[in-house]
Write a new protein. Sequence first.
Length: 293
Amino acid sequence: MPVATFFHIDPTTIAISEKPWAKVDCMDQSYRTMGVQREVQNVRGREHEFGTDKSGFAFASHSSAVSDFSDDALVRGEYYAEVESLVKATLGASRVVIFDHTIRRNDGAAARQPVQSVHVDQTPAAAVARVRRHTAADADTLLRTRFQIVNVWRPIAHPATDLPLALVDWRSTKESDFVGVDLLYPERQLADGVEVLPDSQTLGSTDGYKVVGETFSVRPSEDHKFFYLKDMRPNEVAFIKCYDSRSEWEECGGVAGIARGTPHTAFVDPETPDNALPRQSIEVRCLVFYESE
């Protein structure tokens, strides 16, 4: 079983007087990270042992008809429709609202690169805000039903051998492991809305950024159990749960044994060959509703 380095928020560097913040477009944040050595298990052949309710993540086989993920209109049209159908069929949802996606490339010229920091994309407050932002008049009704935020993650172009995705089994976490962090998005954009590379002169500063959401960084723990699907292929997807309104940790309506969300990160697999192609991946973020629950 390989041993890899995973990067976590360093609890000793969290300022008492300031809420932690992190930028989405570069590794710049108000706190330092620390690397810890952990075993990481390959789940290939054992995928059936995991699920979004019990571990916080799941895997499925699914071939996409989309091959050109650089075509934004194609992604938002045909690929979003594929993902919506896949989530309904796999998770049993009654309604899926896709609110954005990110393409990551391990390339110095890419605006979004793989994130090597253990995190969860949304806090409970951020999840509720997403529902209100993206469902408008239906929000109050939908917030009375079970809802989740689920990322659908897929390698594109070739297997994700370089900087693969690791996931922490929710059952190995505790609520105090999670630290709320303001998520900062850049205000700079080209006229067509495409993000540009960050300005090195703004590192360490929040100038030119705005708070758009709240994420969880994750304190290191020897209890955490890390897993990955080695050499994950473009015809395979991961479902990464970021929030569940029926989670065991919910004060109202929580159900014992239901995962809230799974920490995840890119990492350097020590078994990756030197000639591995740089990682490319797409993650589609979904509001997932179960209107009968």
